[in-house]
Design a protein around this ligand. Sequence first.
Ligand code: SF4
Ligand code: SF4
Length: 451
Amino acid sequence: MAQAFFGGVHPNDMKAATNEKAIEQIKAPAEVVIPMSMHIGAPCKPVVQKGDKVTIGQVIGEPGGFVSAPIHASVSGTVKAVEPRPFSMGGSFMSVVIENDFQNTVCADIKPVADPDSLTPEQLVEIVKNAGIVGQGGATFPTHVKISSGLGKVDYVLINAAECEPYITGDHRTCLERPEQVIKGAALLAKCFGVDKVYIGIEANKQNAADVLNATIKELKAPVVVEVLHTRYPQGAEKQLVQAISGRQVPSGKLPADAGCCIFNLNTTCAIYRAVYEGMPVVNKVVTVSGSGVIEPKNIECPIGTPICDLFDACGGLKEETYKLIMGGPMMGLAQYDVNVTVGKGTGAMLAFAGDEEKYVAEPQCIRCGKCVGVCPIRLEPIFMYKYLMKGNWEAFRDQLHGMDCIECGACTYTCPARLPLTHAFRLGKQQVNNARMAAQAKAAAEKKEG
Ligand code: SF4
Ligand code: SF4
């Protein structure tokens, strides 16, 4: 068993509703709405217009910069509009709307690599870039940038299959149903980075998936090792995974690459497999649809851009008492207020709640129990961070309490008996710090120009 990390919590994993349900392909929607930003970095520029015919895998959005990733049509049909539409990150965002012709015509450019074993690291980076692959665990950082910036520096390659958020079971099912994609994708990364082993980290509550992966590794004689990890949230956070598997610590304010490690989500690894062995860019996503508000929870594979109301329809609909929708897991996901927002590259789950999960308190008061300090995996002091932010003192939050190191895991909020909205406050506090930094940079640039 791998090493434990400091802190963390043990929420009820709630995975039983879907962990034995095979991934189901739903009937493609009549219309997909594909936002031109499904990654960290510069948004894409639409390269199609209303009335254009498109095919599956055709580029419809070109990268807006180096840290960006192209976007492809996920169904074949006709572009109905290029306009702002409701967006899962809030408000609306420029999107390409495609009316599905249900012909499933695949773009003529889609071709598998003839000899995957002969790929150089540079060629793999180019394939990953053209396939629009981004961190599919929710981080959505462009994968070609991650690989190219790690080449020559990284000696530990990790695949994150921890899937530690409650309810979500898409990665678990992927391991059970598509182990060859996982292992061959991992082997491509091993060759690219020149390491003799790639480590797949998976929590102990998914032992059957670890067994299937191990059998596939043996069969393919692949340079891959499965590490079974403690079942503890947030085991799948990057710094915790690095520590659990390699024993290394990622320094404050640094990235795993600074500790010689590079981490890829399990679905990202499968996307690399598909880009190389099938030539297919990112056009589909596996999403767990679950929670007490969903009539029949499922794991669903759907085209990118599928409206979330179609996901719920495929699961028998929502219960009348449903009061909350969350995209992502309950610990780190984002509340949604419009069922017309659509599935993006980083969407791993859509949850709906109709029970008594909501424990909202109107004017929460800290009882100084210290539990939040004991569970913080980064060893921060959430209670003091919160107090400073409530006084508007984000400088102390940043400088004295190292608030920018907060990974927004939600463990402190989960454990707080007084129900203080700690993580929400830290998310806003970090935004305030970033806004202040950008304002200072803009001011300095303007002064330099004048001077
Ligand atoms: S949300 Fe931030 S402060 Fe709270 S436990 Fe996670 S890392 Fe620590
Ligand atoms: S867990 Fe909640 S009540 Fe306890 S010290 Fe932290 S903020 Fe206060």
